[in-house]
Design a protein around this ligand. Structure first.
Ligand code: FAD
Length: 319
């Protein structure tokens, strides 16, 4: 078994950031093992997407109209045909909506084991150990990945991204004519994000404890006063108070800001999954037993509707 393979992902002509995150970890492992790092990208019209992946030693493009729109079986067939003969030690895939399908399909097709929902992978002597998240982040399992070819799917945001570019060799592989049992019908795009909360240094995140959309002003005011962006828990987004692009957590985004200010958020595992690695967490909650206090560096038991405006006033007054 030789080589670390990263399956890169792109949508509508844009690379998913997780591809660069996997390449950074892939490079670390490939260097430890003294083996090559190979990026594989499937799609159509890939010329402009290959150069950012060139931190890999080889960038293998599967460029074909049949792969223009993602369907799990067409992508599986094409990717399996190119990676099976490589017999890589490790295949890394983003644990994204498409990546989850692809990783499971490749594992079944190639009879290679899969460790899904990984947040880490490391070498221990000559063994590869994966860290996989279970029960929405309540438990983490260390998985011995064995010495055969193995696939892991990695939760986006788990590793820092490598800078795009490099000198790796770009190759085009033949796409075998296959028959797809699934048909792409329509892409329902996420509404355009007005802000990328993953890049914010400070977030004021609002939960159901705020009561209703009429009270959002108080968190927006605090965010403005401290130079933060506003984020939210899922119920706030599901209720339509804030857009989906602001949601933090398992079915939202993973963020690691310097400051995460949680207002009226209980701290359910699915929420913690997306923010527990923030550098400094402040929580305001009326319930002293709320689980958010288990991860908070500073906990304030108070009514957010009173505390947050008072704090904003003090910040503005420079106190
Ligand atoms: P609640 O749990 O209702 O908490 C509200 C909190 O506000 C309480 O702790 C309460 O004490 C406090 N409070 C009430 N009034 C005040 C006040 N006046 N001042 C201060 N505090 C007050 N959730 C996410 O957030 N992100 C996800 O991505 C996500 N993905 C999910 C995926 C799946 C598959 C599932 C099953 C669930 C997911 N959830 C997610 C939902 C998650 O389980 C919780 O239901 C959710 O996080 C709760 O949001 P909350 O803390 O805002 O609301």
């Amino acid at each position: 078994m030789a080589g670390i393979v990263v399956i890169a992902e792109a949508l509508n002509g844009t690379l998913n950031e997780v591809s660069l995150e996997l390449l950074s970890k892939g490079r670390e492992l490939a260097t430890s093992l003294g083996q090559p790092l190979i990026a594989v990208l499937a799609g159509e019209g890939l010329d402009a997407l290959a150069p950012p992946l060139q931190s890999a030693d080889r960038v293998v493009l599967l460029d074909d109209p049949a792969l223009g729109k993602f369907t799990p079986d067409a992508h599986e067939q094409a990717i399996a045909a190119v990676i099976a003969p490589m017999e890589p030690r490790l295949v890394m895939i983003g644990n994204t909506t498409a990546g989850m399908d692809l990783a499971a399909g490749l594992a079944a097709r190639l009879h290679w084991p899969l460790a899904a929902y990984c947040t880490g992978v490391r070498m221990e002597a000559s063994d590869l150990i994966g860290v996989a998240q279970l029960y929405g982040g309540k438990l983490f399992a260390e998985v011995e990945l064995g010495s055969q070819s193995v696939i892991i799917s990695v939760i986006p945001g788990s590793f820092p991204a490598v800078a795009p570019g490099g000198t790796g060799v770009i190759e085009r592989a033949a796409v075998p004519a296959g028959k797809s049992r699934t048909r792409f019908k329509e892409l329902i795009a996420l509404e355009a994000a007005d802000v990328d909360i993953k890049k914010a240094q400070a977030l004021v995140s609002v939960g159901r404890g705020i009561g209703g959309p009429e009270n959002l002003d108080i968190v927006q005011d605090l965010a403005r006063a401290i130079g933060a962006e506003v984020a939210a828990s899922r119920p706030v987004v599901d209720s339509g108070w804030l857009p989906k692009a602001r949601q933090v957590g398992k079915s939202g985004l993973t963020v690691k800001p310097k400051l995460y200010f949680a207002v009226g958020i209980s701290g359910a595992p699915e929420h913690l999954q997306g923010m527990k690695d923030a550098e400094f967490i402040v929580a305001v909650n009326t319930d002293a037993a709320a689980p958010i206090f288990e991860v908070a560096h500073l906990g304030i038991v108070a009514d957010a509707l009173e505390f947050v405006p008072a704090l904003t006033e003090r910040v503005r007054a420079g106190a």
